[in-house]
Design a protein around this ligand. Structure first.
Ligand code: PLP
Length: 369
């Protein structure tokens, strides 16, 4: 293993306590001890998502992608109309996933580096009766942040039956996020981003309405991702009662519990504010001091958990930065893949000033350009 500082947009550097939680001895997944840990983690997922007491959190062994499969195989049926708002590679992949399960997808693609204009969304919602809309809160390929609240309001006004589904993989835990207040029906994330846990868990939240849709779906389109099977298990675990459909990732759930406690101790609003401060700092240094141009076209659509910036020779910058013991990422948006770098600043790297991760990263980039 390496001592490099991992500043890609997930997986991220984890805290010492989270690391320790991964190394605990084996316990049975049906023990009272584990059920109590899982209960605490599920209750704290509600708090981090700001989801209130209704609906149901779901934590499964899997990656962020599993959240897409859950949405596509439980909340819509083949032939149902879905409106996908695309701000990059990950929004497009979500659309692909929906199509695999037979959804009839309409996509509105934003200009590169920008969010989809609200007028275009309102127009689409007025013309077609959609079963679901999907919004990628932060598309990690472009570092574009989509403002959720006005879109949720537009859906409630123009098409209240439409389920609102949010990919919060690169946002939940580092951006302002209000599951209950904004009336979101399903939000998904993954453990390895701003939740500060290694990869391996799909973490998501359903509204009461989404629970009902999943329970009343006339047939199952998947087995492992079937909410008909998982919902009773999650309800039981949240109440501290062991239950079984498939074996949970015991040590990762333990690590998630520790990380969520740390996040809530910090305070979710304080954490989001700190991510914004770190993001503003690195973006200002890169643009003003080094003259780099960001992929996101303005502040309003710039994510706070990562930065995507054009550079003349990304492989040279990435390998130069690596010489300083820091790992950053290259581009993945197909139009500009070889033209930009991505720097992750989530979790301890964004919040623990004593680590100086971002200062070190900036100096390394400066020297590598
Ligand atoms: C916005 C977004 N959605 C979905 C995913 C897929 O998550 P995973 O790679 O954990 O399957 C990613 C991965 O980076 C992502 O950034």
């Amino acid at each position: 293993m390496t001592d490099d500082i991992l500043l890609i947009p997930g997986p991220i550097v984890i805290s010492k306590n989270v690391q320790a939680a991964l190394g605990t001895p084996s316990v049975s997944h049906t023990s009272a001890e584990f059920a109590s840990t899982f209960s605490s983690a599920l209750k704290n997922v509600r708090k981090v998502f700001k989801a209130g007491d209704s609906g149901q959190p779901v934590v499964l062994a899997g990656s962020g992608t599993l959240g897409w499969d859950i949405a596509a195989s439980n909340l819509v049926q083949p032939g149902d109309k879905v409106l996908v708002l695309s701000t990059g590679f990950f929004s497009d992949s979500f659309a692909e996933c929906l199509k695999v399960y037979g959804a009839d997808v309409d996509k509105i693609t934003a200009p590169l580096g920008d969010a989809v204009p609200l007028d275009a969304i309102r127009d689409a919602l007025s013309k077609v009766s959609y079963n679901m809309i999907t919004i990628t809160h932060v598309d990690t390929s472009t570092a574009v942040l989509t403002e959720l609240e006005p879109i949720c309001k537009a859906v409630k006004e123009l098409s209240p039956e439409t389920l609102i589904v949010v990919d919060g993989v690169c946002s939940i835990g580092c951006e302002v996020f209000e599951f209950e207040k904004w009336g979101i029906d399903y939000a998904l994330t993954a453990s390895q981003k701003a939740l500060g846990v290694p990869p391996g868990l799909s973490v998501s939240m359903l509204s009461d309405r989404a629970v009902k849709v999943a329970q009343e779906r006339p047939f199952e389109s998947s087995f492992f991702a079937s909410l008909k099977r998982w919902l009773p298990i999650m309800v039981n675990y949240e109440q501290g009662k062991p239950a079984y459909f498939a074996t949970p990732a015991v040590q990762l759930v333990n690590a998630l519990d520790v990380s969520l406690r740390e996040i809530l101790d910090q305070g979710i609003d304080a954490r989001v504010a700190k991510h914004k401060q770190t993001s503003d700092w690195i973006k200002a240094k890169l643009t003003k001091e080094l003259g780099l141009k960001l992929v996101s076209v303005n502040d309003k659509v710039s994510a706070h958990g990562l930065t995507a910036a054009y550079t003349e020779n990304p492989p040279k910058v990435i390998s130069g930065v690596k010489q300083h013991g820091i790992v950053i990422a290259g581009g993945i948006h197909k139009q500009i893949k070889d033209k930009y770098i991505r720097i992750g600043h989530m979790g301890v790297s964004a919040c623990d000033d004593s680590r100086q991760d971002m200062e070190k990263c900036f100096e390394a980039i400066k020297e590598s350009l």
